[in-house]
Design a protein around this ligand. Structure first.
Ligand code: NAP
Length: 463
């Protein structure tokens, strides 16, 4: 294929990525955005298959078949609640790919005695370092989320100093490697090993409520590593796609940080573990909880003028999205207005609640971002909290000792009445008590959210 046609094709693919990303902005256009980006990726792959440097189409076809089959299987089988682990693994694979391509290019040049230009050497070093950090860091994030290892912060005194030292040593080894003309393999292997270790040490101290930031940050790292790989093998579309993933990951990390009241600088310098304590918050001894029957809850909902539904992780666990929509429709038929309050970190991944509710065909215009819905709680007759906990915990506003202090929350406690659907009094992700459950305006409807919602549906219908 002529080089100009190749570059034109890559340009079209890049434009499709950008348009696709733009359309991911709102749930209404997200599906078509995803399709556009997928078409862009297909175009990029097809053009790359015309590359003159390809040695064996057989190996590529085998890779496509195996990778495609695993991807298809994962997309169909992996539950929504396990999506964050899946994203962590995919980030790790992105890092591994950059590490392998960078490493292969380095070894090829070393073994052939080829002197690489300085800029290529630097790109290779960065692809290897960032790729290795992303790989091991993502595997630790996966293990934490999958509960293979403890989700609590694992840390020791001086960890930040150790990380800084390892980082400096990696840079020194890479610089030595680049400056030495003869073929030396030990600095390469040492830098890879130390980078893998750094990835582990950067993620193990992170626990509790900071996990979303880690995932999007690792996503960003995988993009930066891919962009570096693009420079190494001279592939324009890889540079652009990597830069897009890198920058959108950073932007998402920043949005997440704001939603969880962490500064990005704090995140970048690895102070994740510092504010996440085991448990934390206050104890609920001596406080009383009021439970409510489904009949009474149904009466409140049926006669409410404004109901604000606050979905949380429990909604995903119970897979109760269809039931919540059905109940909302019943309330609306009786003249009530039902809105959904979406907290940016509700659930276990960015956009978790949007995806769940979209799956149940909840109209997009019923979904409200935190800033828009918070002033509405005051005039809501009922805030219906479905499997949410941390995102409605008032301790974030008032308790300076709480690990989630400062995190913006949904003002469910400002509603005239709050009905909470959860199975028991277990804590949420941050592992802390929630004052909202002891508020005199709050009633608890205990049970699995799907079952409770189904009962509520029957009760409202019977009224
Ligand atoms: P949450 O604080 O984790 O609380 C979820 C609640 O759902 C639990 O207290 C649990 O109580 C209840 N629950 C579980 N299964 C249920 C079921 N089948 N039926 C009814 N209730 C059920 O959830 P959240 O309010 O959505 O807050 C999200 C938390 O996750 C935040 O701390 C956030 O920082 C963190 N996080 C978010 C992301 C992200 O990107 N969105 C990623 C990682 C972590 P019971 O066991 O008593 O029922």
């Amino acid at each position: 294929m002529p080089a100009s046609l190749e570059q034109l094709g890559y340009l079209v693919a890049a434009v499709l990525f950008i348009l696709g990303l733009k359309r991911l902005n709102t749930p209404a256009t997200a599906r078509s955005g995803n399709r556009l980006s997928a078409v862009g990726m297909l175009l990029a792959i097809v053009i790359t298959l015309f590359d003159r440097a390809i040695l064996s189409y057989g190996v590529i076809a085998a890779g496509l078949l195996v990778g495609g089959a695993v991807g298809l299987w994962a997309a169909r089988v992996v539950k929504m609640t396990s999506m964050p682990q899946m994203v962590a693994l995919l980030n790790g694979l992105g890092g591994a790919a950059s590490l392998l391509v960078g490493g292969a290019e380095f070894l090829r040049a070393e073994l052939l005695g080829e002197q690489l230009p300085l800029e290529t050497g630097i790109s290779i070093a960065l692809a290897i370092i960032i790729g290795a950090v992303t790989l091991s860091g993502s595997l630790v994030a996966w293990a934490k989320l999958q509960e293979v290892i403890s989700g609590r912060p694992i840390t020791f005194p001086g960890l930040q100093a150790v990380n800084a030292t390892i980082f400096v040593v990696i840079l020194a080894l890479s610089a030595y490697q680049l400056a030495t003309p003869e073929a030396l393999l030990w600095p390469f292997y040492a830098a890879v090993t130390l980078s893998l270790l750094l990835g582990v040490l950067l993620v193990i101290p992170i626990g509790g409520a900071d996990m979303p930031v880690v995932i999007s940050l690792l996503n960003s790292y995988s993009g930066i590593a891919a962009a570096m790989t693009g420079f190494v093998i001279g592939n324009t579309v890889l540079i652009i796609a990597g830069a897009l993933v890198g920058s959108s990951g950073i932007i998402l990390s920043q949005i997440m940080c704001r939603a969880m009241n962490r500064s990005l600088t704090n995140v970048l310098f690895g102070a994740f573990g510092a504010t996440t304590t085991s448990g934390g918050g206050r104890s609920a001894e001596g406080l009383t909880v009021r439970s409510i029957s489904a009949e009474d809850a149904a009466v409140q909902l049926a006669y409410a003028r404004l109901v604000i539904v606050v979905p949380g992780y429990g909604l995903a666990v119970a897979q109760a999205q269809q039931q919540v929509r059905e109940l909302a429709e019943l309330v609306e038929k009786r003249g009530g207005d039902v809105r959904y309050a979406i907290h940016p970190v509700a659930g276990r991944m960015p956009g978790h609640m949007n995806v769940l509710l979209a799956e149940a065909n909840v109209p997009y215009d019923k979904l409200f971002d935190m800033e828009d819905i918070n002033p509405e709680f005051e005039r809501a007759d009922v805030a219906l909290v479905v499997g949410a906990n941390d995102v409605v915990n008032p301790a974030a506003r008032t308790d300076t000792s709480s690990p989630i202090y400062g995190m913006p929350i949904l003002n469910a406690d400002h509603a005239r009445s709050v009905i909470v659907l959860k199975r028991g009094m277990s804590a949420g992700f941050a592992g802390i008590e929630n004052d909202l459950f002891y508020n005199p305006r709050t009633s608890m409807l205990f049970g699995d959210a799907k079952k409770s919602l189904s009962t509520l549906i029957s009760e409202v219908k019977a009224l």
